[in-house]
Write a protein that binds this ligand. Structure first.
Ligand SMILES: Nc1ncnc2c1ncn2[C@@H]1O[C@H](COP(=O)(O)OP(=O)(O)OP(=O)(O)O)[C@@H](O)[C@H]1O
Ligand SMILES: [Mg+2]
Length: 206
């Protein structure tokens, strides 16, 4: 479905806002198992981008689920709705001119594709934070795998709910064998190659 531009009647648009910020808005969509390192790597990438003068926002699944999506659970339908809302918020943030990083398990391929379709070509990078399930489970930073194995947490991704790994992500990070700093470097390189760290087209800040 082709989406109309946001607020076509308003004078200021994404290009005007991005021009004032001196950057190219984009979304880095992190996906991966719970405990794979999405929040950790996205946080470190945000720090690096911030240090390079980029205006960023990190939209994190844990935070969104305590507010915007606090009415949603973890059934397949509710996960789809969670990602739909997250993608729409990311779209608004990109429209505001921000480099937006999202950290959601986003287990279903079709929902990630739905998210991608909200953005202009080249504006959306799918970042697969790849670790074997055994590594994520061993890390278990929130104790969620332990609960899921005791059947205290139904529909947990990787245990009794599927994770559909990206077939051709824009970037695949080995988050078991490589350090956070190394993977941040790969993200910056990928953004450079995609032209996302270049100055924006159009009018600049005076
Ligand atoms: N190489 C690595 N890259 C990323 N995280 C690592 C690495 N090595 C160890 N870790 C640890 O793994 C854990 C990853 O947890 P994190 O909360 O970032 O995962 P997540 O993918 O955001 O999970 P969730 O979907 O549950 O929010 C952290 O405790 C982090 O310190
Ligand atoms: Mg997280």
């Amino acid at each position: 479905m082709k989406r109309e531009p946001l607020c076509p009647a308003f004078d200021l648009d994404k290009a005007a806002r991005a021009g004032l910020l001196g950057q190219r808005p984009a979304v880095l969509w992190f996906t991966g198992l719970s405990g794979s390192g999405k929040s950790t790597i996205a946080n470190a990438a945000c720090n690096e981008l911030h240090a390079r003068g980029k205006h960023t926002y990190l939209l994190d699944g844990d935070i969104v689920r305590t507010g915007l999506c606090r009415d949603l659970g973890f059934s397949a339908a509710q996960r789809v709705e969670n990602i739909r809302r997250a993608a729409e918020v990311a779209r608004l943030m990109v429209d505001a001119g921000l480099v937006t990083l999202t950290a959601f398990i986003s287990p279903f391929r079709s929902e990630r594709e739905m998210a991608r379709r909200l953005f202009a070509p080249g504006e959306f990078l799918e970042v697969f934070v790849d670790v074997p399930l055994a590594v994520a489970e061993q890390r278990d930073p929130k104790g969620l795998y332990r609960k899921a194995r005791r059947a205290e947490l139904p529909d947990f991704t990787g245990i009794d709910s599927p994770y559909e790994a990206p077939a051709s992500p824009d970037l695949r990070l080995d988050a078991a064998g490589r350090s956070v700093a190394f993977n941040v470097g790969r993200i910056i390189d990928a953004m450079e190659v995609a032209g996302l760290l270049s100055p924006p087209d159009g009018p600049r800040r005076p």
